[in-house]
Design a binder for this molecule. Structure first.
Ligand SMILES: [Zn+2]
Length: 307
């Protein structure tokens, strides 16, 4: 799925075959009962049968490649789903529903659903804690939200200045490794501690700024280094949080350049998207799109349309 000219982005049979190859690399699997015995799975043939419809002799069920995924019951053709995955995965700046609507020739409502379901498909299961012996994990926090200083004086809300009225995001980034970010109600030692304990290996070096919120939790790690941003000390040897700040700045540029603002309800999905992009930054666009297509599995029940 690497080339934009790929017939899978335009031809629905080719799209279905491409998705089947990604979802079932070792043969068709029945999504109802888990049967993978190919002798007990038959494909409907002839004009009376819809292409891509399979029958399972174990549970007497029938299915297509989209059953049990975020794509189930969608009226949007598979080819457009695949093209949307490719475009969203390849875009360095993120893609708004409006852009997707224009590029795919679908309604705004369909584009909006595609965007959010594809973000859902980008969710990955955390594989144990980040870091480990000899590794460094940077922790940093930021606020997402409208910049009050850019608004007209009369429209500024006092309560929004500083961190107030914005949404706090906490990110953990392993150097040369993965990023995980979290929506946090308020940034305090108490709220950050459980996240640090669950997601960072104690053998790691923890790298943070000098915020008091890291003081106690920092002692749990093999080493805790801090940088003092207050006196412009951003880098001291290997003591810096530049990786985490880079992770934030990429996301902010994308979110505010493309989406202008994001609602609290959707912030978690954008965090998923930008963690996914960070974590797959070294793979080719085609491989990234295939990873998204693989991620559609079993996500149907966790997704609730918000309108
Ligand atoms: Zn079955």
């Amino acid at each position: 799925m690497s080339d934009i000219q790929n017939p899978a982005f335009y031809d629905d049979n080719k799209a279905r075959e491409a998705l089947e190859a990604i979802r079932w690399p070792n043969g068709v699997v029945c999504p109802h009962c888990g049967n993978l015995d190919q002798a007990k799975i038959a494909q409907g043939k002839g004009k009376a049968h819809r292409p891509g419809l399979y029958y399972c002799a174990t549970c007497n069920g029938q299915f297509t490649v989209t059953v049990g995924t975020v794509m189930e019951r969608s009226k949007i053709p598979i080819s457009k789903w695949l093209l949307a995955m490719h475009l969203m995965g390849a875009s360095k700046k993120g893609m708004s529903a409006l852009q997707l609507q224009r590029m795919l020739g679908v309604t705004y409502k369909s584009a909006w659903f595609l965007c959010h379901r594809i973000r859902e498909a980008m969710t990955t299961q955390a594989r144990g804690p980040l870091g480990g012996s000899g590794k460094t994990v940077e922790a940093d926090e930021t606020y997402m939200g409208g910049k009050e200083k850019n608004k007209h004086v009369g429209k500024r809300k006092r309560s929004n200045i500083g961190g107030q009225g914005k949404q706090a995001v906490f990110a953990l980034v392993e150097r040369d490794g993965e990023s995980r970010s979290f929506r946090i109600a308020t940034i305090t030692g108490k709220t950050l501690r459980p996240v640090l304990m669950q997601h960072v290996d104690r053998e790691s070096t923890l790298m943070t700024d000098q915020g008091g919120q890291y003081y106690h939790a920092g002692k749990e790690f093999s080493r805790h280094e801090t940088v003092n941003h207050g006196i412009d000390e951003y880098v001291r040897g290997d003591a810096h949080t530049n990786t985490a700040e880079c992770r934030f700045s990429l996301m902010k540029r994308a979110v505010f350049g493309t989406h202008h603002s994001i609602s609290e309800a959707h912030l978690s999905r954008y965090l998923v998207e930008w963690d996914f992009k960070w974590n797959t930054r070294k793979v080719k666009d085609g491989e990234r799109a295939a990873l998204i297509a693989k991620g559609i599995d079993g996500k149907r029940l966790t997704y609730r349309p918000t309108h």
